[in-house]
Design a protein around this ligand. Structure first.
Ligand code: ZN
Length: 407
């Protein structure tokens, strides 16, 4: 599938990642004072939870309720793809935005929600054109970022990595710089953390259709905000039009600066981006759908512990897979590959993370225990320190144990 050459086309979709785990679940004699011992102890707890969940005789109803309540993590989510029609309607009214301010939520949904498979990514990305004009003020960005956390809380998401290309929201001639965009989003995320207890971090999306120099300014800003909530970079857009090699130097600079790195790659069949991403030593790869066609590269991905950010419905709606069931996620998961699962663009696709998890069960054959294991693998490849991972892991383990106790 080739995509059209709109720069905006490149905008964005995608998602997810996680970590493989092949460690033994045996509880060896350990000294919990050491990080390695604590980690092994945690692995044993994860394995026990997985087995408990898979020993339960679930009905559709009890399973659905459990999945809804399951503590989750989301790693591949685009801020500008997360706006619901309700939020868009409110922003249009607040801003007096003529093209949308008098439209009903249903009318706005018809313009911004892609609820059936489309011919290609470019067609899907048209929805974003409707949304962009509303995201050029600090107030709007603070609000949508706060709403993102409120929605994450409803999905029982404990930690979220949100991505966007701040240059697309900036209006430098009005003093609304890339840095100011980042400030506004981080302020909304922080307000959300205070109100809902959901932690988050920002990934700055480089954007293929934009010149390297423009992307370099986003990388500069990402580095400047490295200790203030920005944790990594991504590259979004149509890889069949502008290859990763164009931005290889920026990826090296980001790595040298200590930023984590993910990249949208392998969304189309005839791209060299997957191989280059591995060569560049990225931490995660978004989509990677066509990794399936290169067993040797898949093996290398697994050997290096590179996580794959899976976005099931997104791949279906953009035509990357013809049916949900053909997605390789379950085979990768069973082979121990570090996958994680996200929504990519929950607003544009009209989906939720809980809904995606249920699709994993219904369409791909994941068990409830597999979804618990998915959390463990996801934590291992988050863009955070080992100490923060252990802290999040302890919280997730305790919450999942309590949830299983209540079944
Ligand atoms: Zn994406």
């Amino acid at each position: 599938m080739r995509r059209r050459n709109l720069w905006i086309t490149a905008i964005v979709l995608s998602l997810a990642g996680c970590v493989p785990s092949t460690r033994s679940a045996e509880l060896a004699p350990v000294d919990p004072a050491t990080p390695a011992a604590a980690s092994e102890l945690a692995d044993t707890r994860w394995q026990a939870l997985r087995e408990r969940a898979d020993a339960i005789g679930w009905t559709d109803e009890t399973r659905e309720r459990f999945v809804a309540a399951l503590p989750k993590i989301e790693t591949h989510l685009h801020l500008d793809g997360a706006l619901s029609p309700k939020t868009i309607a409110a922003l249009a009214q607040d801003q007096g935005y003529a093209p949308l301010m008098d439209r009903s939520e249903a009318e706005i949904a018809a313009l911004t929600v892609v609820d059936t498979p489309r011919e290609d990514l470019a067609t899907v990305l048209e929805a974003f054109f409707t949304i962009y004009p509303l995201l050029h003020t600090p107030e709007a960005l603070e609000t949508v970022s706060y709403d993102l956390i409120a929605n994450a809380h409803e999905q029982q998401i404990r930690y979220l990595e949100v991505r966007f290309a701040p240059v697309l929201q900036a209006v430098p001639e009005q003093g609304f710089t890339i840095e100011a965009v980042l400030e506004a989003v981080l302020a909304g995320l922080e307000r959300g953390r205070r109100d809902f207890g959901v932690e988050s971090a920002v990934i700055v999306c480089l954007f293929r259709p934009l010149p390297v120099e423009v992307n370099a300014t986003m990388l500069e800003a990402a580095i400047a905000f490295k200790d203030r909530g920005v944790v990594g970079i991504d590259l979004a857009g149509d890889e069949s039009e502008v290859p990763l090699t164009t931005f290889a130097d920026l990826y090296r600079q980001a790595g040298d600066a200590g930023l984590y790195r993910t990249v949208h790659a392998g969304e189309v069949a005839d791209s060299d981006d997957l191989a280059l991403a591995v060569e560049l030593g990225v931490d995660r790869i978004g989509h990677a759908r066509y990794l399936d066609a290169d067993p040797a590269l898949l093996e290398e991905v697994q050997r290096r512990g590179i996580a794959l950010e899976i976005n099931l419905t997104s791949n279906h709606r953009t035509g990357a897979i013809a049916t949900l069931a053909e997605h390789p996620a379950k085979r990768w998961f069973d082979a121990g590959v570090a996958i994680n699962v996200s929504t990519d663009d929950p607003g544009v696709f009209g989906i939720t993370l809980t809904g995606e998890y249920l699709l994993l069960i219904q369409e791909l054959g994941f068990s409830v225990g597999d979804l618990i294991e998915l959390q463990r693998r996801t934590i291992a490849t988050l863009f955070m320190s080992e100490a923060d991972k252990r802290r999040l892991e302890a919280r997730m383990l305790a919450d999942i144990e309590a949830l299983l106790d209540a079944v």
